[in-house]
Design a protein around this ligand. Structure first.
Ligand code: ADP
Ligand code: MG
Length: 347
């Protein structure tokens, strides 16, 4: 077969293979966009576990009419412009792929109105050339992305969808992660027209505790140790940490409350998980799991987030230092619960 350029839709569908694994990945990408747009309110409507519909409305910056078409094309982003930007990412998105990918494997409609524009506009694209159509619509300030019939045109993917309940469970978890990443944002999650979760904006300590209780349970909210450590302002590679960690006796039996954020991005990072586990040492009995919600902040230059299209991995420039820092901080917090013997053994 001769070499040929793939039509845009097919190229996007191939890219979608990496980013859009299931409905929850669509929710993750769309919600990240809302957060990047500075939204303070998110309304998420899911139907049939996301297979029928995923609709997310925000009150963020909106997209001007003349940028809607670009927003739907691949490699189009407002978040980075140069290689320097790529080396110090300050937003959740930067690849300019999500909307194009999702729209190539679903029926996607993008509606938006920036505050300084009088009318709202709606855009969608169709066919192998992903031709964009624009039409006026009504919409408050902000953006709605409505994704229907996910994978309708990629049967191989559609086959891998699990039950409605399982897919919704994954969405629920993605929303919990975001709810912990952005406590000040008011989030509503509906499934089949029923309001299942509401995380009211947690702009006071009291409300933050109540969000913690909603997500990590009463025992965690009551007993977790608060950690907070920030470096001196002139310490240029320094790492900051804050969050909560359960004392050994309040640790959960499941691994469901292990939330680790790096520069605002939820991570499953083996190295950091290891540091936390090591800090508990022998104090944790076999049937309990390290239980924590931790936010690590370090200079954007010192982390590479461009490791995987789904952006759930990072690479640290000084991995060992970050590991040891986390270990030390957590060990200090847990010190009253960790036996002297273990310290002696490890030093
Ligand atoms: P990326 O997030 O990597 O830039 P996306 O395909 O997710 O790529 O989005 C493309 C562009 O569309 C974004 O850079 C942004 O300018 C715009 N956009 C997408 N969603 C929203 C939203 N909810 N509010 C405002 N702008 C948005
Ligand atoms: Mg994005």
């Amino acid at each position: 077969m001769a070499i040929r350029l793939l039509p845009p839709q097919l190229a996007n569908q191939i890219a979608a293979g990496e980013v859009v694994e299931r409905p929850a990945s669509v929710v993750k990408e769309l919600v990240e966009n809302c957060i990047d747009a500075g939204a303070t309110e998110l309304r998420i409507d899911i139907e049939k576990g996301g297979a029928r519909r995923i609709r997310i409305r925000d009150n963020g910056s909106g997209i001007p009419k003349d940028e809607l078409e670009l927003a739907l094309s691949r490699h189009a982003t407002s978040k980075i412009a140069t290689l320097d930007d790529l080396e110090a990412i300050h937003s959740l998105g930067f690849r300019g792929e999500a909307l194009a990918s999702i729209s190539s494997v679903s029926r996607l409609r993008l509606s938006s109105k920036p505050a300084d524009q009088t009318e709202a506009w709606q855009a969608w694209c169709e066919g192998r050339d992903m031709q964009v159509t624009l039409e006026p619509t009504s919409h408050p300030n902000g953006t709605t992305v409505d994704v229907q019939d996910l994978f309708f045109n990629t049967p191989a993917r559609r086959k891998f969808l699990r039950t409605e309940k399982t897919e919704f469970g994954h969405i629920d978890e993605v929303v919990r992660r975001i709810a912990l990443a952005c406590p000040e944002v008011d989030i509503q999650l509906n499934h089949n027209q029923q309001l299942l979760r509401h995380y009211p904006s947690a702009n006071t300590d009291q409300k933050l505790l109540s969000r913690l209780r909603q997500i990590a349970g009463k025992r965690f909210a009551d007993e977790a140790l608060h950690i907070e450590w920030a470096p001196e302002a002139n310490d240029e590679h320094a790492v900051a940490i804050r969050g909560w960690i359960a004392p050994p006796q309040a640790c959960r039996h499941q691994t469901d409350v292990q939330y680790m954020y790096v520069n605002g991005r939820m991570m499953k990072d083996k190295l950091l998980n290891h540091a936390v586990r090591q800090a508990y040492g022998d104090s944790l009995s076999n049937d309990r799991q390290a239980t924590y919600i931790l936010y690590i902040t370090l200079p954007a230059n010192d982390v590479d987030v461009n490791v995987h299209p789904a952006k759930h991995e990072v690479r640290f420039q000084h991995a060992r230092q970050v590991h040891d820092f986390v270990l030390l901080q957590i060990r200090q917090a847990l010190a009253p619960y960790i036996s002297e013997q273990q310290h002696a053994y490890e030093h």
